[in-house]
Design a protein around this ligand. Structure first.
Ligand code: SF4
Length: 125
């Protein structure tokens, strides 16, 4: 069983454009999208954190990861992998900087993406 966390876009989460993290959670439960890799072994979601926002330095995601690590350590837990949310992968203008910073510091596998449910068009069929 892999222990995982998700890093999401703060703007999308706090402006309620992703209510309930539903797409990521459904994909994880169904083992679809980037969670398909856990079909056999299984995965436990131990946390969802955000990138810490557009303002200021891109490295604010690093202290956010550090705080998650501290919280997990209090319960003798740690992560095997971090997923960078589809919200960041698709929409963040700082995506490459964020990915570089996350990969430099994570020390565990970093997987680009979560669900694949985003529609190709809004009104098209
Ligand atoms: S830096 Fe990117 S991922 Fe973070 S809030 Fe801004 S747009 Fe979203």
């Amino acid at each position: 069983m892999k222990k995982i966390a998700i890093i999401s876009c703060k703007m999308i989460r706090t402006q309620n454009l992703c209510p309930g993290d539903v797409q990521c959670l459904v994909a994880l439960n169904r083992k679809e999208g980037e969670f398909e890799r856990y079909k056999d072994e299984g995965a436990q979601l131990l946390g969802i954190i955000d990138c810490a926002g557009c303002e200021g330095n891109k490295s604010r995601v690093i202290p956010a990861m550090g705080l998650l690590k501290m919280q997990l350590a209090a319960f003798n837990e740690n992560l095997d992998a971090i997923h960078v949310g589809t919200c960041i992968m698709k929409f963040c203008p700082r995506r490459d900087d964020l990915l570089t910073a996350i990969k430099e510091k994570a020390g565990i596998e970093v997987i680009e993406g979560t669900h694949t449910y985003a529609p190709l068009t809004i009104f098209g069929k």
